[in-house]
Write a protein that binds this ligand. Structure first.
Ligand SMILES: C[S@@+](CC[C@H](N)C(=O)[O-])C[C@H]1O[C@@H](n2cnc3c(N)ncnc32)[C@H](O)[C@@H]1O
Length: 352
């Protein structure tokens, strides 16, 4: 049994509901959930055969930058995973109406697998670890995610994700002729993030082509998910790629996907974070949430070889200026920021 007094237990993997690929489904539940209070949600949890996730909502009313940073960094330092942060800009009226919190409030939501620990004890443990501030409210509730793990399959269709790359699931292989030079990549993300169709992934795949065209490029993919970026990099010309991910399901799926796509001998995947890697790489890619990118900025920059590139994605347009600033300190230079929908990718070069 986990220790209810230790909020780090929230790092338990509960890997579906917070991935952007499944976000539409997950957010639909948010919309449903938002019309109930937390007690209602607990009372309506089905008792049999249901897949239940524990949600820990930390809401800061009238949140200012200092409190925002303090909470975010405390949660990062606690090693909390499966964390979503939402503020006025990321709140979506499409899926969260009625609005679940007051204007100016920031909400962090943590998903974890339920344990025998009482919800009150979990809330108390977070309360003890976080700043003592009257604006903070912590609510622990349960969410029925039965069927979510596979619901995304209905929406995963073959898609052209860049000029040259077409991805498709194993159960829907395109039959028509491909354009000259096109690369067809089969991806089954399983439990991992990365069908290739999300804007954050598309931005990376589009950037890959010119970056790896020389055919001499070695690529490090931090937060590899299904392996889509490492596989696409090699198929587009990179010599080799190493992917790392803290989620063991992801590295397992990535290995399998690399084999299926005929690049298993040039792609390696390891479970863990960037600390597991050493040396430098001509191209380092990381498509991860901005607060995680910031927390590993020193290591990400250190892994880029002189003259090499750093490609960051997973960044909402409103957050791009901060990421550009954090990462473009010498010897790095900001090359450009690309946008697709609400998302951006930031490309930097390390001066030789
Ligand atoms: C948005 S997904 C990106 C997947 C894939 N690279 C793509 O572009 O579609 C982010 C991935 O980063 C992983 N991740 C989160 N924090 C991490 C960390 N500190 N170190 C390594 N991987 C991390 C998650 O498990 C997830 O698989």
């Amino acid at each position: 049994m986990s220790d209810p007094a230790d909020p780090r237990d929230a790092a338990d993997t509960a890997d579906t509901a917070d991935t952007a690929d499944t976000a539409s489904t997950a957010n639909t539940t948010d919309a449903t959930a938002s019309s109930h209070n937390a007690t209602d949600q607990q009372a309506t949890v089905p008792s049999t055969d249901a897949e239940i996730l524990l949600c820990i909502d930390i809401t800061a009313e009238r949140c200012d930058e200092a409190l925002d940073d303090e909470i975010t960094w405390t949660l990062i330092e606690l090693g909390v995973q499966n964390l979503e942060r939402q503020d006025d800009e990321t709140w979506s009226e499409l899926v969260e109406e009625p609005r679940p919190r007051a204007r100016g409030a920031v909400r962090w939501r943590i998903h974890r697998l339920p344990t025998e620990d009482p919800d009150d004890a979990i809330a108390d443990a977070f309360r003890a670890a976080l700043p003592d501030d009257e604006r903070l409210e912590i609510v622990v509730w349960r969410r029925d995610v039965t069927g979510y793990r596979t619901a995304w399959r209905d929406y995963f269709k073959p898609a052209r994700v860049s000029d040259r790359v077409v991805v498709h699931p194993p159960w829907d292989r395109p039959t028509g002729a491909l354009a000259a030079g096109a690369e067809l990549i089969e991806i089954d993300p399983g439990m991992a993030f990365g069908t290739g169709t999300h804007e954050t992934t598309r931005l990376c795949v589009a950037a890959l082509d010119p970056l790896v065209a020389s055919g001499r490029t070695r690529v490090l993919d931090v937060g590899c998910g299904s392996g889509i970026l490492a596989i696409a990099a090699v198929r587009l010309g990179a010599t080799e790629a190493l992917g790392v991910d803290i989620d063991p399901d992801a590295t397992r799926e990535a290995r399998r996907n690399a084999q299926v796509n005929g690049v298993g001998d040039r792609c390696a995947f390891e479970t863990g974070s960037i600390e597991r890697t050493e040396g430098t790489w001509e191209l380092v890619i990381a498509n991860i949430l901005p607060h995680v990118l910031r927390s590993m900025s020193r290591e990400l920059r250190a892994r880029v070889a002189p003259g090499g590139h750093l490609l960051l994605s997973g960044i909402l347009a409103s957050e791009a200026p901060l990421i550009e600033q954090v990462f473009s300190e010498a010897p790095f230079r900001h090359v450009g920021t690309e946008r697709l929908g609400d998302w951006t990718s930031v490309l930097l070069v390390r001066e030789p």
